[in-house]
Design a protein. Structure first.
Length: 454
């Protein structure tokens, strides 16, 4: 970013600063994210430097920029630089933490019914060869944060009653889909009170809302940067509290920074430049060099942070706008469809729930499913979908949105209805959500009228 960078208003004017096709409406930044043209230029410039002098760039230049990236991220999440390292994505970060735990027979890894599928699979895979058990805290949305916390506390008591020890709880800041903000702050406090270690899946956190790890004090926290921070993919930050860094002995895959028992991490002479710090701890050095990896997205973090500061007006302005837009846009779609948004039940008029305190909204579509729990009215025009019709209907809906309306909206069947997840962003405005609502209405009517094959 140059000294001539100017503040650009949010909404349509901001779209000019990004790389997307102007005919495409990106309502799904929670999956692949998006980044500005200045960041795109930065990654191309770094690629050119790398290919011009591969070894010199890797040994002398790359480490300095990666250190700047870590400093910027640490400042953003209110943590010490020595507690923040770079990984490729949240799934990798979480599995790395789990891999390094010395589990015992009585240990239990606790998940929630909303835990991301890849994380669930990773835990199941590891449990096949490690001596720990798993327990899932079950609940259904919509509900309240208080009920989730209460059910979590009840589950922990039951684990102890069974003669087991809840060793590690995997919590989420925001559920992937159906997307809601979780009461993770309250769940963290419960775990801290009961002596349960915490691993926070913050995939949808950094760049979307304020994260203060100094206040929260989780044991481990990991967040993608490519979803909301305007950084190329894949890119993530892993936070390990200093008190727990002795547990982290290997990255995935194990590389030169491996820390043997009663030993220190030490890179070979020919690769020591990548750490860019003579005072780096063994933990920092462990993550400084992981085989031959692509660090290009991580190198763009400083440029993305400058863009957010100089062009967007700072983090607080971004957070405020996308939260407002998700609220207004979600309500607009629900009004068009005559349905509802996913939030705490029984909220009074004008009352904002905690589950929508973010830049993502989940809206129910007027597509009921014939079986399963549902609050569907007795008569739905066109008739509810049978279970066999759900898959084709979702595929038809997704394809029609892409081909006719040049957008992509994740769709899920949940508790007897079809739901859609939409993300706010600085280059969007309410009219984009209105377009989405009208598009969804047209396609849903076609599905209800069984016109999918026409």
């Amino acid at each position: 970013m140059t000294v001539n960078s100017k503040r650009i208003p949010f909404g349509k004017p901001m779209l000019e600063a990004f790389c997307m096709d102007p005919e495409y409406t990106n309502l799904n930044s929670s999956s692949c994210g998006s980044w500005p043209k200045v960041v795109s230029k930065q990654i191309r410039d770094y690629w050119s430097l790398l290919e011009a002098q591969p070894d010199l760039f890797s040994e002398f230049s790359q480490g300095l920029v990666l250190q700047e990236a870590r400093i910027g991220l640490a400042h953003l999440v209110h943590a010490a630089v020595s507690e923040c390292v770079l990984v490729s994505n949240v799934t990798t970060g979480i599995f790395t933490v789990l891999y390094n735990q010395a589990f015992e027979e009585r240990d239990v890894v606790v998940t929630l019914s909303t835990t991301y599928g890849a994380i669930d699979h990773g835990i199941t895979s590891l449990a096949e060869t490690r001596p720990f058990k798993t327990r899932r805290v079950e609940f259904e949305l919509p509900t309240t944060g208080q009920k989730i916390v209460s059910q979590f506390e009840t589950a922990m008591a039951q684990i102890r009653a069974d003669g087991l020890r809840p060793r590690l709880a995997i919590l989420e800041t925001i559920v992937s889909i159906p997307a809601v903000r979780m009461p993770f702050e309250d769940l963290l406090r419960v775990c801290q009170k009961e002596g349960i270690m915490t691993l926070v899946d913050g995939a949808h956190s950094v760049g979307q809302f304020e994260v203060n790890l100094q206040e929260l004090q989780p044991d481990f926290f990991v967040s993608d940067c490519h979803k909301w921070l305007f950084v190329p993919r894949p890119c993530a930050v892993l936070y390990v509290a200093e008190r727990n860094q002795h547990m982290m002995r290997s990255v995935i895959p194990t590389s030169f920074g491996f820390i043997p028992k009663n030993g220190n991490s030490r890179l070979p002479l020919w690769s020591q430049m990548v750490s860019a710090s003579e005072t780096a701890s063994s933990f920092e050095t462990l993550f400084a060099y992981t085989a031959t990896s692509d660090y290009m997205p991580h190198l763009c973090i400083p440029a993305a942070l400058r863009f957010r500061r100089d062009v967007c007006g700072g983090e607080a302005a971004i957070y405020e706008y996308i939260k407002w837009l998700a609220k207004e846009g979600g309500d607009k779609i629900a009004d068009i469809l005559q349905t509802e948004v996913l939030e705490e039940p029984g909220l009074g008029a004008g009352v904002d729930g905690q589950m929508r305190n973010c830049g993502i909204v989940t809206v129910r579509l007027p597509l009921a499913i014939a079986t399963g729990p549902s609050t569907a009215p007795a008569h739905v025009p066109g008739g509810a979908l049978t279970e066999k019709e759900v898959g084709p209907a979702v595929r038809y809906l997704t394809k029609a949105l892409a081909e006719r309306y040049k957008t992509w909206i994740p769709i899920i069947d949940y508790r007897g209805w079809i739901w859609a997840r939409l993300c706010a962003q600085v280059y969007l405005e309410v009219s984009d959500f209105e377009m989405a609502g009208n598009s969804l209405k047209v396609i849903c009517e076609e599905i209800l009228n069984r016109e999918m094959g026409q």
